[in-house]
Design a protein around this ligand. Structure first.
Ligand code: CO8
Length: 258
């Protein structure tokens, strides 16, 4: 499939999707969101792919939803068209892990897209923000909800009310990102993490993704029950026998996703 606003490369079990609208700092428009959702679904369906990376350019992961596209919309257009909802739903249905590799600006919808991924690795030049308030609107795909759960009320209010940007150091301190690396090393670090994940049993990997995401959806008691039941269920897999056997036999495990 030929895409115009993203570039997709599959190498060594890792699909890397690069947002590619350099003239608009990778601003998210209808075409980019629909191509991104389609590429991620294709990666989900591709047996060779075991982990996915979404990245942008050095200057911008994505500077938000496309303001030029949104400017002329009326309430009826936005509400009836359900802007970005089908695409974000499709992205959230992907069961393989997705790493956001962020350099430069991740603002508005860009920050929200990064937070939709399973974890964020960023470069020391990254800048996160929810500046929608400066445009007379508010965040629309998670900036008041996911950000609050991740960094807490005080910082989420600060970011959404003032529109200020958070640098990489603050983002790591706040738990928004898992690692900060020099800009030139960003893709190497993200790819290394993706390849490490690719070596695991895909069944355990998908269970981890589901269980951690469930922590944001259900009360602790329910989440713990889900985790315990999934832990029990994994004893039905060949990969459990292989993983534990390999440890005791002091050799590398060869997982077969069975
Ligand atoms: N949309 C469209 N074009 C953009 C955007 C954007 N979000 N961001 C940058 N661009 C364009 C600029 O217009 C400019 O184009 P041109 O060269 O044709 O004038 C080009 O990218 C380069 O940008 P700048 O010249 O502004 O570059 P600077 O280095 O001076 O500044 C900034 C970089 C600080 C990132 C600046 O571009 C900026 O502030 N951008 C807007 C950031 C913003 O407000 N983002 C939030 C957008 S709203 C949003 O994301 C809502 C998401 C929720 C959607 C929910 C749907 C349900």
């Amino acid at each position: 499939m030929a895409y115009e606003t993203i570039i997709v490369e599959v190498d060594n079990h890792v699909a890397t999707v690069t947002l590619n609208r350099p003239d608009a700092l990778n601003a998210l428009n209808d075409q980019l969101m629909s191509e991104l959702a389609e590429a991620l679904t294709a990666a989900q369906d591709n047996e060779k792919v075991r982990c996915i990376i979404i990245t942008g350019s050095e200057k911008a992961f994505a500077a938000g939803a496309d303001i030029a596209m949104m400017r002329e919309k009326s309430f009826v257009d936005a509400f009836s068209g359900d802007l970005f909802t089908p695409e974000t739903d499709q992205i959230l249905r992907v069961r393989k892990p997705i790493i956001a590799a962020v350099s430069g600006y991740a603002l508005g919808g860009g920050c929200e897209l990064a937070m939709m991924c399973d974890f964020i690795i960023c470069s020391d030049t990254a800048k996160f923000g929810q500046p929608e308030i400066n445009l007379g609107v508010v965040a629309g795909i998670g900036g008041t909800q996911r950000l609050t759960r991740i960094v807490g009320k005080s910082k989420a209010m600060d970011m959404n009310l003032t529109g200020r940007f958070m640098d990489a150091t603050e983002a790591e301190r706040s738990g928004l990102v898992s690692r900060v690396v020099p800009c030139k090393k960003l893709l190497e670090e993200a790819t290394g993490a993706a390849q490490k994940i690719s070596e695991k049993s895909m069944i355990s990997v998908m269970v981890v993704k589901e269980a951690v995401n469930r922590a944001y959806e259900v009360p602790l008691r329910e989440g713990l029950l889900f985790e315990r039941r999934m832990f029990h269920a994994l004893f039905a897999t060949e990969d459990q026998a292989e993983g534990m056997g390999a440890f005791l036999e002091k050799r590398e495990a060869q997982f077969r996703d069975k």
